[in-house]
Design a protein around this ligand. Structure first.
Ligand code: SF4
Ligand code: SF4
Length: 473
């Protein structure tokens, strides 16, 4: 099928022949250093790269060009996101699933794992545990099972989560990662006040997709791939995309991902709000070595850096699937949001699972608590941010993007990060972290360029220390 970025047909906006042509072009031109320098020059302007340019850059093995990629990615990261890192946690509601995804332990045929679905009371307990850690932003996760996890259950759970106010705790943004659904259901999610709707494509290669998803509703490639269009149609204009690196040839999926971003931008005027970069991990019944498309660390870092250059205005998320060291390196070159203290099992925040029970979706590499991650971020020069302001101020979709593109977000994010970090330090941090954090906040407030914003931030921070909460720009 011929390529058409604004078509509403999956195989036209994610065109197999266009991806293959792009891969061949990148392979042919990977030693053309003149071309690489031109692409880097364009990248430096922070206006993005198209998928052909991005893939060509990714294919280049020249050490100087690779160095150039990292330098530009770091520059873009600093310019648009400063040193703020947004924190979140996943919340697994249910691992009942009727799909047959061969890389996921929740697949319907796996009889080894313990199946669990949280009741509303159990959700309350999990949310209180998350609030007591200091989290303000969650990503809801649930398998696809129309009987066990119908949309009504998800909607009720969202309502429960937003309603809980334990001590000074509050979940202010609930992002939702559930199966592809109808426009009508997406509308209901919108009405429920969700933040980002997240759905990973897993792989854009249709043939592989069909092999990896042999049974269940998710086996329908077109329905899955066109899901973000339906979400946008329903008014959910913050959508989060991602592929599971290691399932397919990473180059194919890298191009597919950027093609998807272009489709959303060309069709709806707004690209993905976030891109996640999960790599396949061991789990019950899953051996990553069964998948021979593993992405080595050095290539993975280049993927992140080139993505940062190609889509400068898209938040990039890395989970605790990755080790502390990989997360440290990834933060420098592009990642803007990380999870902390995550449990990937159903009910895992309240109760540690017994070894014989295994309801986790994947093994976590970074096992540190949220407190440890916050402390570490401060030590390595970042401002951990619990900010959820944009969504709550109605700055979503193109309103958010135009603000980000104007560079104005820098004057908003920094004070919001400092205020939400103050809340965290007051309510949840150890004495040692609090001391370091307060010093950092004082230093950072001094760097706010606008005197007016600086003054308001100082006032708000003082107010938070007096016990008030939830200030934002
Ligand atoms: Fe179910 Fe999602 Fe796991 Fe597939 S990846 S088996 S849809 S939980
Ligand atoms: Fe994100 Fe908006 Fe907060 Fe900045 S102000 S950290 S873009 S929610």
């Amino acid at each position: 099928m011929s390529y058409n970025s604004t078509s509403r047909v999956a195989e036209e906006f994610i065109s197999d022949s266009e991806i293959r042509k792009t891969l061949a072009y990148a392979e042919e031109n990977k030693n053309d250093l003149e071309l690489m320098r031109k692409i880097l020059e364009k990248g430096k302007k922070a206006e993005g790269l198209d998928f052909k340019e991005a893939m060509t850059l990714l294919e280049c093995e020249d050490p100087q060009i690779i160095e150039g990629i990292f330098t530009i990615a770091k520059g873009i990261k600093e310019k648009f996101y400063g040193n703020r890192i947004v924190m979140f946690a996943p919340l697994y509601l249910s691992n009942y699933c009727v799909n047959g995804c061969v890389y996921c332990p929740y697949h319907g045929q796996n009889t080894n794992i313990t199946r669990k679905k949280l009741t509303q009371e159990e959700i309350r307990q999990e949310v209180i545990a998350l609030q007591d850690m200091g989290h303000k932003r969650l990503a809801l996760e649930a398998g696809e099972d129309p009987k066990m996890n119908p949309l009504e259950y998800i909607l009720e759970s969202i309502e429960t989560i937003y309603s809980i106010k334990h001590k000074n705790g509050q979940i202010r943004r609930v992002n939702v990662n559930i199966a592809a659904t109808t426009v009508e259901d997406y509308r209901k999610l919108k009405e429920a006040g969700i933040g980002t709707y997240i759905l990973f494509q897993e792989t854009y290669n249709k043939e592989s997709y069909e092999k990896l998803h042999p049974t269940g509703p998710k086996s329908d490639y077109a329905y899955h791939t066109e899901a973000m269009d339906r979400a946008m149609e329903a008014g959910l204009d913050d959508v989060g995309c991602g592929v599971l690196y290691g399932l397919e040839n990473y180059k194919y999926d890298f191009v597919g991902m950027l093609m998807h971003a272009k489709h959303l931008e060309d069709t709806f005027g707004v690209g993905p709000h976030t891109i996640s970069v999960p790599r396949i991990r061991p789990a019950d019944d899953i051996d990553p070595e069964e998948f021979d498309n593993g992405v080595p660390d050095d290539v993975f870092k280049r993927i992140i850096a080139v993505l940062r250059i190609a889509v400068p205005y898209t938040g990039m998320i890395m989970s605790t699937r990755e080790s502390m060291e990989m997360r440290r390196q990834a933060l420098e070159i592009g990642i803007t949001q990380i999870s902390g203290g995550s449990k990937t099992s159903v009910g895992g925040y309240v109760e540690e699972e017994a070894p014989e029970d295994n309801s986790a979706q994947f093994d976590v590499s970074d096992n540190r608590t949220l407190g440890e991650v916050v402390d570490w971020l401060i030590d390595i020069g970042y401002v951990p941010s619990f900010c959820t302001a944009c969504y709550r101020e109605g700055r979503t979709g193109d309103r958010f993007m135009s603000l980000l593109k104007s560079g104005q977000i820098a004057n908003i994010c920094q004070p919001n990060a400092l205020m939400t970090l103050t809340e965290y330090l007051e309510d949840y941090a150890s004495d040692e972290t609090k001391e370091k954090g307060e010093k950092l906040i004082a230093e950072r407030i001094a760097t706010i360029p606008s005197e007016k914003v600086k003054k308001i931030t100082e006032d708000y921070v003082a107010n938070i220390k007096d016990g008030n909460r939830d200030f934002r720009f």
